[in-house]
Design a protein around this ligand. Sequence first.
Ligand code: PFF
Length: 449
Amino acid sequence: MGEKRASLGGRLSAVLVAAGSAVGLGNIWRFPYVAGENGGGAFLAIYIGCILLLGIPVLLAEFTVGRHTHKNAVGAYRSLAKRWSFLGYNSAISSLLILGFYFVVSGWTLEYFTSSVSGAIAEYTSSTINAERFAAFTTDPMRPVIYTIIFALLTHVIIALGVQKGIERSSKMLMPVLFIMLIILAVRAVTMPNGLEGLRFLFTPDFSKVSAKTFLDAMGQAFFSLSIGLGCMITYSSYFSDKTNLQNTAYNVVALDTLVAILAGMVIFPVVFSVGIEPTSGPSLVFVTLPSIFNTMAFGPLWSTIFFLLLVFAALTSTISLHEVLTAYLHEEWHMSRKVAAWIVTIVTTLLACASSLSLGVWSDFKICGLNIFDSLDFVTANILLPLGGFFTSIFAGWVLDREILRDEISDHGRLKGRLFGLLVVLLRYVCPILLLSIFLYNMGLFRL
Ligand code: PFF
């Protein structure tokens, strides 16, 4: 494995791989509906606050742990401080649970891609029809399960092939196209009747809509979107070369990720207000709004084919990063061959994802704390495990990890000078733990202001 790591670290551009993991369904599917449920503008403001105060420090802490040890998340913590290995296990469990619902939504994007290619999407002519079709599809006991399995196998093939050739090269070409497509769609969306209402909803903060849950949701969304709090970035940065500039990489990843989320909001909300859907309509939001916008455009099915292909791709670069966390762990810690490790991960995550797909339809009566399997996997990971992972990661980096290791990694082995390091230490030691813990405890109802 040592040699493989070296070659991966040497050839992959760090920004590209990390951004591939960060930019995904979290930006285009999850961000708009979570923002929609939390009043829009105020959510965006709090979200950006979370990215700056919590996201960047935790991302840099994970990069430090990964690049310094060149190990999977469990191995990394074990080699730095044995008692902190539990953070590595949190990483493995969270990745497994996230894949349990992420594969399902990725499967939906694949179905929308195939309906675009066949031209069937041209029949999605009104938001009512779109919503009905979406509900009929996602609650079906067969079709979404099949798409989920296909998507999991696609992820498996790439993991088995190695990441360099397929994903690295194609993401270099496709990510910029995704960006351009989002800009084109945003322009189209804004010029639809009532479109500007949507921009107002996204950019005008109405703090009267803010509750404690808004902070929890914004924090969870920030961690989910940046792929932090679960050691995914530890695993990826363990492949970085020693020449990689960690600070620049982190800033670029955060900027790209946030921009894609905002652009997605600029596409979705104008359409929401134009065709009269509720911004609070939850996980169906993107799948109902996007066909509506394509149907106002000449060559609609062509545009939607390109768009859903890009979405499939964005999802894939994220599923492989989650899969890699688990595969690297089994391969390195359990000494399995990479092939066997990859198969075990694929089989277990696919079974969980199938159950979570069925929980939207035939198994919807089965509830855990009032939520079906799909929703509980999403809630437990984004709102509990990732922020808790972020809390312990910041304590670890701020208080336990040798300060010289942190300084050496963050300052690019002493080459980068500046006062930012001091600020980072303050954020990691005090700001992140206090904020993360208080938002968390407040939402668990453990204290009241
Ligand atoms: N960041 C990805 C997204 O926004 O879609 C999802 C994700 C990938 C979360 C990898 C966590 C992770 F470790």
